[in-house]
Design a protein around this ligand. Structure first.
Ligand code: HEC
Length: 147
């Protein structure tokens, strides 16, 4: 009976870990998507690529999707989960839920604003600056570098 109890606990624990890793992988892949999308915008803003409204709209749509998904990607079960990625969420993501939620919503507002204003290279530069500030603003407090 005792042995069975220990095994059952071990199974539950490993299932919990697998779920945590799955969520961590989701937030990391969302961040990579954010990075790819802003990369497209930066390349155009710097003149490395010609201005292309369709590409701009697609990148902004991806960032908007990211902002919409972010609130679901840091459930309580993930607190303290480790990962071998370069960056991890800070414990503040869970300890200061309201502050983290405010960062997500100001990121979402910057993206929505950019969607309505970006129509040429000049407005794109302003949008990239505003969105980039929101990425950096959140990272400053809620992201930690591993190792
Ligand atoms: C509301 C907070 C928040 C916003 C906004 C945000 N990030 Fe992050 N970002 C994080 C956190 C927390 C991590 C740590 C990794 C994780 O959560 O899985 C991270 C990690 C990353 C990473 C590293 C991924 C890895 O492989 O370790 C990149 C790249 C990144 N973000 C890019 C961006 C870009 C670009 C933007 C804006 C377009 C952005 N992020 C907006 C919170 C944010």
């Amino acid at each position: 009976m005792m042995r069975f109890g220990v095994a059952a606990v071990a199974v539950v624990f490993s299932v919990h870990l697998a779920v945590a890793q799955d969520f961590a992988a989701q937030s990391q892949s969302l961040m990579k998507a954010n990075n790819d999308a802003i990369g497209v915008l930066v390349a155009i803003a710097k003149g490395d690529k010609p201005y292309d409204q369709a590409a701009v709209d697609t990148a902004l749509a991806r960032l908007g999707d990211g902002a919409a998904k972010m609130p679901t990607l840091y459930p309580d079960s993930l607190k303290g989960a480790t990962s071998d990625a370069r960056y991890s969420p800070s414990a503040k993501v869970w300890d200061d839920r309201a502050g983290f939620a405010a960062q997500i919503s100001s990121f979402g507002v910057a993206v929505t604003d950019a969607k309505s204003k970006t129509k040429d290279i000049e407005t794109l530069k302003a949008s990239v600056g505003a969105i980039g500030n929101r990425c950096g603003g959140c990272h400053e407090t809620y992201r930690v570098r591993n190792g």
